[in-house]
Design a binder for this molecule. Structure first.
Ligand code: SF4
Ligand code: SF4
Length: 84
């Protein structure tokens, strides 16, 4: 099952993904205390590709990538807008 992770080369730490994931009550996005209080996505909780909500709100191109393929999911590709 593919998952998502944050690319800290591009992420601005705006926390929008955290808010969105919290709003839909999945809570897969968290702030890792080490090393720099940065946003991370918990692969055990994230339901991608069934959920793609954070991809629609993330403003920083290239900041969320698909595990395995390594491709950028921001801006979201066409298939991310389709219902799972
Ligand atoms: S894809 Fe959905 S479940 Fe996964 S981190 Fe984004 S909002 Fe949360
Ligand atoms: S929404 Fe995008 S830029 Fe903002 S914290 Fe999440 S991954 Fe980083």
């Amino acid at each position: 099952m593919p998952g998502l992770k944050v690319d800290h080369e591009h992420c601005t730490e705006c926390r929008m993904c955290y808010i969105v994931c919290r709003e839909i009550d999945i809570n897969a996005v968290y702030v890792a205390l080490e090393p720099l209080h940065r946003i991370e996505i918990d692969p055990q909780k994230c339901t991608y590709p069934a959920c793609t909500a954070c991809l629609m709100y993330c403003p920083a191109e290239g900041s969320i990538i698909e595990l395995g393929s390594g491709r950028s999911m921001v801006p979201p590709p066409a298939e991310a807008w389709q219902e799972a």
